[in-house]
Ligand binder design. Structure first.
Ligand SMILES: [Zn+2]
Length: 304
């Protein structure tokens, strides 16, 4: 990595760039980091691989991810659901977190993802083997997950973006309920970032109060994505527009995105120690974030 790239890629710059527009030509300018350099910088600066303390969130939901990446365990009467598995190599960390929270990895029965990029499904193959869970995915994400990232519309052929492929056992569609025992997540197709990016909606109870929890996904226009002229894939612009319509229609009390810095996970965890479940309520934060992401998309589309 040359010095200029090292200086430019501060955590703030990397976070910002996760939603930045592609250049007019659809190619990064000469001083823009290539996808592997960008990935490596994000991985290091945002601590994607660093172990984190697992913690109760609210109701049946637990944080079991790494310092930078959100993985959530949702516990139920007939086994548990695990959403997102971090980077390759993070599977054992997540497995250890499940144990530390007091649950048996073998009781994880369903493995889900927000989208099949290396930073959210890198541990899927390990966790499927270690827990015996079935892998469930949105119909439009099945091929990408089963290809280990080789069919990615943007990153195909870039080995740093590949992950161990997993067979998808259960396929669901937009608005389906993904059920396991008393857990019922509504899956919403929110494509663009990948073709089958999925947001989940879950109603939970904590201390006699009901909360609507959304695990949002699919909004990020990565560096190099072309969303208007000469699109990265046909229909990508309409897919992103659909995603923003869907996310704007949701009214969560609590939102839990897959990148921890996006919703200030550490601050919320700290507040939850004294305030409990209400520390997680952040409807304004959600609305502002959706508006910000939509603005970034529109800027990207406008620049092309
Ligand atoms: Zn991604």
């Amino acid at each position: 990595m040359d010095r200029r790239v090292r200086i430019r890629l501060t955590p703030v710059a990397v976070v910002a760039a996760l939603g930045l527009a592609a250049s007019a030509a659809g190619q990064p300018p000469a001083n823009e980091p290539t996808p592997p350099v960008f990935l490596k910088a994000a991985r290091t600066l945002l601590k994607w691989d660093e172990p984190a303390e697992p913690a109760h969130v609210l109701g049946p939901i637990y944080f079991a991810g790494t310092k930078g990446l959100g993985s959530y365990l949702i516990t139920g009467s007939d086994g548990h659901v695990l959403l997102n598995s971090g980077m390759p190599g993070s599977g054992p960390l997540i497995e250890a977190s499940v144990k530390k929270l007091g649950f048996e990895p073998s009781d994880v029965k369903l493995l889900l993802c927000g989208h099949a990029h290396v930073d959210h499904v890198g541990g899927h193959a390990h966790l499927k083997k270690a827990t015996g869970a079935k892998v469930a995915a949105m119909r439009e994400e099945k091929e990408l997950l089963e290809s280990g990232g080789k069919l990615d519309f943007q990153y195909a052929g870039v080995k740093e973006f590949e992950f161990d492929p997993v067979k998808v056992d259960v396929v669901f569609r937009d608005e389906d309920e993904v059920k396991r025992g008393d857990i019922a997540l509504t899956a919403r197709l929110t494509p663009g970032h990948t073709r089958g990016s999925t947001s989940y909606v879950l109603r939970v109870n904590d201390g006699g109060k009901t909360y609507t929890v959304v695990f949002p996904d699919g909004t990020g226009v990565n560096p190099g994505y072309r969303v208007a002229g000469n699109p990265s894939y046909p229909g990508i612009g309409d897919d992103f527009r659909r995603t923003f319509r869907v996310l704007e229609s949701l009214r969560p009390d609590v939102w839990l995105p897959a990148h921890n810095e996006v919703h200030g996970l550490d601050a919320k965890l700290a507040r939850a120690k004294k305030d409990g479940a209400k520390a997680w309520a952040d409807p304004d934060g959600y609305r502002k974030w959706v508006a910000l992401q939509k603005g970034r998309f529109e800027a990207a589309a406008g620049k092309e």
